[in-house]
Design a protein around this ligand. Structure first.
Ligand SMILES: Cc1ncc(COP(=O)(O)O)c(C=O)c1O
Length: 356
C-alpha cells in the first residue's frame, strides 16, 4: 500500500529514514550476525547503546550532570504511581494541576499515597483552556503538571508553576521544542510519540531526589534503576534501540530546526481551521497545542464523513479521542510538512463539497 500520513496520537509516525535504517540492520546489528532483538542486554554492544542513547538525550535536552536519565517500563502510566511512592515521603502531600484525563489519572494514583491538593483545574471548561495556578501551598513534597494535553489539544507554552520539586509529564511534547530541564526535578515521557515506539519510558530525575526507601518494592524504586544503570532487569531492548535511532535523527536535524518545523506545521493547520467556514477549533488561542490539533464541524455525522474523506488524501487516524469526538491531528516530530499540507487540501476539498 502507498505511504500514508499517520496522524495518530500514539503510537505515532516514525521518520521513514529512521525506519529504513532499522530495516537495514534488522538481521545483522553491527556485524554480529544477529538482530538487536536477539542480543543480550548484558552484552557490551547493548550497554554501549544505552550509554549512547543517554548521551544523545543529554545533548538534545541540555540535561545537567546532576540529573539521572532512566529508561523504565510500565508506560508513562506507571509513573503516576512511582512518583508518589518515591517522592511523597516527607509531607505526604503534593500539588497537582488538573488539565485533563492524564493529570486526573495521576491524581487518582497519588491519592493512594497521600494528600493531593488541586491547585488549578479546567474541568469546568471541559479542558478547552489550561488551568492557572495562582499560588502553591506550603509543605508539599512536589508540584505536578502535564505539559501537553494529548486528548484536548492544549499545551503550556511556559512552565506553569515554580517549585523546587516540579514534576512534568511530557509524554506528548518531549523533544518538540526546547525546555528548561533545570526548572524541573523530574520529567517523564512514554516513548511512543516523540521518542520512538512503545515499551520504554524516559525518566529524567534530579539525583538528590533518589532515595533508597526499602518500604517501596524493588522494581518501583528509582534507586534500583539508578544503581543498575537502567539494566536492573531485562529492558525493552528493541524500544531502547529505536529511541537511540530517533535521537540520532533529532541530533542530525537539530532542535532549532525541529522546533521551527513544529511551529510552522501547527500554524499552517490552525490558520486553515480559522479561515474555514466549516471546521473550528474551540481551544483558547494561547493554549493551543503544537502537537495535537483538535477540530470539529460540530456535526458528528459530518465529522465522520470527513474522517473517511481524508483517507482518500492519505491522511489517516484523525478521529478525535472517544470522550471528545471530532477530529484530532497529531503533529509529532516525525510528521512532515507535506502531511499537514495534504490534510489542509483534504479539508478544503471537503468544505467545497459540503458548502459549494
Ligand atoms: C500526556 C500523557 N501522559 C500519559 C500517557 C499514558 O502513557 P502510557 O500509555 O505510556 O502509559 C499518555 C498516553 O497517551 C499521554 O498522552
Amino acid at each position: 500500500m502507498a505511504q500514508v500520513y499517520n496522524f495518530s496520537a500514539g503510537p505515532a509516525m516514525l521518520d521513514p529514514g529512521v525506519m529504513r535504517q532499522i530495516q537495514a540492520e534488522l538481521l545483522d546489528y553491527q556485524n554480529t550476525g544477529m538482530s538487536i532483538m536477539e542480543m543480550s542486554h548484558r552484552s557490551a554492544l547493548f550497554e554501549a547503546l544505552v550509554q549512547d542513547a543517554k548521551a544523545n538525550l543529554r545533548v538534545l535536552m541540555n540535561i545537567p550532570e546532576h540529573y539521572e536519565i532512566l529508561f523504565l517500563q510500565g508506560g508513562a502510566s506507571l509513573q503516576f504511581s512511582m512518583i508518589p511512592m518515591n517522592l511523597m515521603l516527607d509531607h505526604r502531600r503534593a500539588a497537582y494541576l488538573n488539565s485533563g484525563v492524564w493529570s486526573q489519572k495521576a491524581v487518582d494514583e497519588a491519592k493512594r499515597h497521600g494528600e493531593v491538593i488541586i491547585v488549578g483545574d479546567s474541568a469546568d471548561q471541559k479542558y478547552k483552556c489550561l488551568p492557572i495556578c495562582d499560588a502553591l501551598p506550603s509543605a508539599i513534597d512536589y508540584a505536578y503538571y502535564v505539559s501537553n494535553n494529548t486528548i484536548y489539544g492544549t499545551q503550556f507554552k511556559t512552565i506553569p508553576m515554580d517549585h523546587p520539586v516540579l514534576i512534568a509529564d511530557m509524554s506528548s511534547d518531549i523533544l518538540s521544542k526546547p525546555i528548561d530541564v533545570s526548572k524541573h526535578a523530574l520529567i517523564f515521557a512514554g516513548a511512543q510519540k516523540n521518542l520512538g515506539i512503545a515499551g520504554v519510558t524516559l525518566v529524567i530525575i534530579r539525583k538528590d531526589l533518589i532515595r533508597e526507601d526499602l518500604s517501596v518494592d524493588t522494581m518501583l524504586r528509582y534507586a534500583t534503576h539508578q544503581k543498575a544503570d537502567s539494566l536492573y532487569n531485562t529492558p525493552a531492548s528493541f524500544s531502547l534501540y529505536v529511541l537511540k535511532k530517533v535521537t540520532d535523527w533529532l541530533l542530525e536535524v537539530g532542535m532549532d530546526a525541529m522546533t521551527k518545523r513544529n511551529e510552522l506545521k501547527a500554524n499552517m493547520l490552525y490558520t486553515a481551521i480559522d479561515q474555514s467556514e466549516l471546521f473550528m477549533n474551540e481551544i483558547k488561542k494561547e493554549d493551543r497545542s503544537w502537537m495535537n490539533v483538535v477540530f470539529t464541524t460540530k456535526d458528528p455525522q459530518l465529522d465522520e464523513a470527513f474522517i473517511s474523506f481524508a483517507k482518500s488524501y492519505a491522511c489517516v487516524n484523525i478521529k478525535g479521542y472517544r470522550s471528545v469526538g471530532g477530529m484530532r491531528a497529531s503533529l509529532y516530530n516525525a510528521m512532515p510538512i507535506e502531511g499537514v499540507q495534504r490534510l489542509i487540501e483534504a479539508m478544503e476539498a471537503f468544505e467545497r463539497q459540503v458548502k459549494p
